[in-house]
Design a protein around this ligand. Sequence first.
Ligand SMILES: Nc1nc2c(c(=O)[nH]1)N[C@H]1C(S)=C(S)[C@@H](COP(=O)(O)OP(=O)(O)OC[C@H]3O[C@@H](n4cnc5c(=O)[nH]c(N)nc54)[C@H](O)[C@@H]3O)O[C@H]1N2
Ligand SMILES: Nc1nc2c(c(=O)[nH]1)N[C@H]1C(S)=C(S)[C@@H](COP(=O)(O)OP(=O)(O)OC[C@H]3O[C@@H](n4cnc5c(=O)[nH]c(N)nc54)[C@H](O)[C@@H]3O)O[C@H]1N2
Ligand code: SF4
Ligand SMILES: [Mo]
Length: 687
Amino acid sequence: MTESAAVKTHCPYCSLQCGMAISRKGRAGIEIGAWDEFPVNQGAMCRKGWTSGELRGSRERLTQPLVRDCATGELRGASWDEALDLVAAQLTSLQAAHGKDAVAVFGGGGLTNEKSYQLGKFARVALGTSQIDYNGRWCMSSAASAGNQAFGVDRGLPFPLADIEQTDVVVLVGSNLAETMPPAARHLDRLRERGGKVVVIDPRLTSTAERADLFLQPVPGTDLALGLGVLHLLDAQGAIDEEYVAARTTGFDAVRRSVASWWPERVERTTGIATDELRALVDLLAEADRVTVLTARGAEQHAQGTATVLAWINVALALGMPGKAYAGYGCLTGQGNGQGGREHGQKADQLPGYRMIDDPAARAHVASVWGVAPESLPGKGKSAYELLESLGDGGGPKALLVFGSNIVVSAPHATHVTKRLESLDLLVVCDIVMSETAALADVVLPVTQWAEESGTMTNLEGRVILRQRAITPPAGVRSDLDVIAGLAARLDSPIEFSVEPEEIFAELGRASAGGKADYAGITYERIAAEKGVFWPCPTPDHPGTPRMFTETFATPDGRARFLVQEFVGAAEQPDASYPVHLTTGRVLAQYQSGAQTRRIKGLTDEGAFVEMHPMLADRIGAHDGAPVVVRTRRGEMKAPARVVTTIRPDTVFVPFHWVGANRLTNDALDPSSRMPEFKVCAAEVLV
Ligand SMILES: Nc1nc2c(c(=O)[nH]1)N[C@H]1C(S)=C(S)[C@@H](COP(=O)(O)OP(=O)(O)OC[C@H]3O[C@@H](n4cnc5c(=O)[nH]c(N)nc54)[C@H](O)[C@@H]3O)O[C@H]1N2
Ligand SMILES: Nc1nc2c(c(=O)[nH]1)N[C@H]1C(S)=C(S)[C@@H](COP(=O)(O)OP(=O)(O)OC[C@H]3O[C@@H](n4cnc5c(=O)[nH]c(N)nc54)[C@H](O)[C@@H]3O)O[C@H]1N2
Ligand code: SF4
Ligand SMILES: [Mo]
C-alpha cells in the first residue's frame, strides 16, 4: 500500500492525541503507522497507540444492542428499534411520574467535541434535565477550577507542549508523564541536553523521576504545604519578581503574609521533604530565568486539589512566569478529549464555549443557536460523584444514560456507587465492549470506536485536531451521535439532532462564539491544513492562539490573581487502625478502567498489585509476588505485593486499571472542583 493511501488520524487514548497513519493491509486488516509530520508526537507513540487497532474485528466488540430480559434477568440481543423504543418509553414514563430530573446523563472526556456538545444539548433540550455531568470531574477539574480563579480561563497548557524544551527549570508536581504520555518525555530529555533542569515531585521514584535532576518525595497529599514553603523561601531570598507582580497581578500582599509562617522546618515536618532538598529546589527556581510549573493528577486529585494547584500557580506568578515565553504554569490534562470535553456543555454547570449555565447572557446566546427559549433550559445539576451518589435509592434520578465511562471501576468508593447503579429503574450504557458498567445495564448500545467515525478532539495544549475516519465499523454498531439523535426523535424533542460531525462542529462553533473557548473560526479544512488549530480562534482569518497570557489574563481587570491558600491536609490521616497512606494511579500498558486495553493481547495485563517499600513488607511479613490485603474504611482488595525501594516506606500504591483500587478510595470531595480524593487515604496492609 502506498503512503498516500494511509489516512492521517489520532490515537484513541490519552490527551497527547498522537498523530498516526492507518492503512489497509491484506483483505480486512489494517496497519498502524507513524505520521511523522504531526508536530506533537513526530511519529513517536507508546505501545498503547501502536496496538490500538487490535480491538477492531475483535470478538470482544459489541455489535448488537442488548436488553435485559424481565423473565430471565439476562441480557439478550435486540434490534436497534426495539432497544431505542424501549429506552425512550421508559424515560418518558419515569419523567412523567417523577419530573424531568428523574433522568440523568453521564458523559466522558474521551468523547469527541461533537459528541460532548450534542450530549449537553440532548440533556438540556430533549430530556430537559439538569442532571448531567461526566468523568472529567475525576480528572483535571481541580486544575480547571484553579485556572479559572487565577487566570480567568482554563486551558490546561496555555502554550504548546514542546515549549518546555526551551525553559530553564521544569517542575512536575504529581506527573508521571514518562508512563502516562511517553512521547512527551523526550521534551524533558531535550531540555536536559540544553542544560535545563527537571524537578519531579512524587511519593514514588517513577520512570519520570529517573529523568530528574532533583527529585522530592513528599508524603501524599502535602504538595500544598510544599508550595507554601517554596514561596516563603523565595520571598526570604528576595527572588520575587516585584515588577511583574505589580504590573500583572493582584493579591500578592495577602499571599506573602499567609506564607510567612511556612518556614522550612515546618514544611519538613508536614511534607517529609528535608530542608536542604527544599532549599535546593528554591535555589534552582530563584536562579532560573524561565520556570515552567506543571501539575497532573498527583497534585490535583485531592480534597484540597484546587488549593494545591493555586499554591503552585502562586509560585509561578511570584517568579513572574505566566505569559512569559517558554515559562509559566500548565496542567497536563489526561483524557483524549480532556480539554474539549470540559468546554462544550457536558459539565453540570456549563453551556458550550465554556459558558456558565447560570449566566443569563450565556443562556440567551446558546438558546438562540439551539432554537429554544432561554427559560426552557434547566439550571445547574450535581457534580459527577454527587450525581452518582444520589441515584436510585439515594433519592435522585431513577434512570442513567452513560456515554464513555466505566464508572464501576473508576468511581471513588466504587462499591457504594455500584449499589446506587443497581438501584436504578433504568441503566443504559453505550460502549464498544462489555465494560463492568455495561454488564450491569438494562440496555447496552454498541457504538463505533475512535477512527471508525470522524470528529474533533482538543488535546492537552488546546490544539483542536481532526480524528478522521480511517476504518470501516463492524456491521450493527452506530455512532453515539446516532443514539442521541434516535432517542431525541423518540422523545419528541422540539429540535432535531444532526448525526453529521462536520455539521455539528459548525453549530458548536456558533454556540461557542464569544465564549471563553471560542471555536467559531475553526473548520475541518483548517484543522487538516494546519495540523490543528489552538483556541480561542474567533474568526476564520484568526491564526488561533498557541500561547496565551502574553499581554493580558482573561480576568475582568486583565491581571492574574494571587489567592491565599490554607493547608488542611488529606481528609483521612493514618491512625493506629489504618497506619499507611494509600495512593493510586497508572501504569504504561493500561488505560484508565482498562475496558479497552485489558482486551488487547499486545499489552501486558499483569493485574493489580500493591507497591510497597521493603521496610513495610518486612514489618507485615509480606513477600514480593505473594498476595496481600489492603483495607480501608470503605472496603478491601487482595493483590500480589510488589516490593520496591522506590516508594516511601509509609505509602502503598495500587494502579486503578483493574477492579479493586476504587473499593478503597475516599469519596471526600474538593469544595470547589468536587474532585474526589483518589490520591490519598488511610489504609491497612496485611498478609
Ligand atoms: N498509561 C496510561 N497513560 C495515561 C492514562 C492511563 O490510564 N494509562 N490516563 C490518562 C489520563 S485520563 C490521565 S488523567 C493522565 C494522568 O497522568 P498522571 O497524572 O501522570 O498519572 P497518575 O499515575 O494518575 O499520577 C501521577 C503520579 O502522581 C503520584 N502521586 C500520588 N499521590 C501524590 C501526591 O500526593 N503528590 C504528588 N506530588 N504526587 C502524587 C503517583 O505516584 C504517580 O506517579 O494520564 C493519561 N495517560
Ligand atoms: N483510584 C483512582 N481512580 C481514578 C483515577 C485515579 O487516578 N485513581 N483517575 C480518574 C481519572 S483521571 C479518570 S479520567 C477516570 C477515567 O475512568 P473512566 O471514566 O472509566 O474511563 P475509561 O476507562 O476511559 O472509560 C471509557 C469507557 O468508554 C468506552 N468508550 C471508548 N470510546 C467510546 C466512544 O466513543 N463512545 C462511547 N459511548 N464509549 C466509548 C470504553 O470502552 C470504556 O468502557 O478514572 C478516574 N478514577
Ligand atoms: S502517548 Fe497517548 S496518544 Fe500517544 S500513543 Fe500513547 S496513549 Fe496514544
Ligand atoms: Mo483522567
